[in-house]
Design a protein around this ligand. Sequence first.
Ligand code: SF4
Length: 203
Amino acid sequence: MIRERSNHLNDRDANTFEDVSQIYQAFDVDIAAYRGEAACSKGCAYCCTDAGRIDITTMEGLIISDAIGRMPRPRQNQIKKALARDMKKCETGKPSACAFLQKNSACMIYPARPFACRRVYSLHVCTRDKPPQLHRQVMQRAQETVTALQRLDHNGYSGHLSYILHMLEAPRFRKTYLAGESKPEEVMAFGKSHGIVINKMVV
Ligand code: SF4
C-alpha cells in the first residue's frame, strides 16, 4: 500500500493519499473471494503490455509522482524517457508496454500503482485473442471505486498514466492543481495538441 510520502506535500494531499489508500483497501476486501478464483500467476504481465490504456486520476498521478521522486536519479531519468516514449507510441497508435514495467515483468511502482492496475485479474490465462475476464460483480464494484476516486479529486482530471504524469511535471499545472484550482481550457488544449482525451472530473 502507499506507506511513505514526501514531506513537501501539504496536509490536504497527505490526507487524500490516505483516503485513496483506504478506497483501494476497501475494494481489495470486497473482491477478495472473487480474486481467489483468478488464473493470474507471478511473471505474467499481460495487463501491463497488452491490455490497453492505463487511465488514472490526477491524485493517483501525484502519488506515483511522489514515489518516483524518492527513487535514485538515474532511475528517475530512465522513467522520464520511458514515459516520453510511451506518449509518442500512443500518438502513433502503436501498442506500448507500461513505462513502469521492468524486464523481469515486475512493476517499478508496485506499492503506488493506480487503481486501473489493482482492479484487473482474469479467470483464464490471457492471450491477445483472450483478454482478461472478470466477474460481473467485480466490474460493478470497480466502477463504484472509480467514482469514489474521482470524487476525491474534485479539481482533477483522468487520462492515460503517461499524460497525467507529464502534466504534473509542468510547474504551472502542478501549482494550479495543488492550490485546489483548475484551468480545464488549458488541459483540453494540451489534450487536443497530443490527440488524446483528458477528462475533467464530472462527478
Ligand atoms: S503501473 Fe505497474 S502494474 Fe500498472 S501497468 Fe504499469 S507496470 Fe503494470
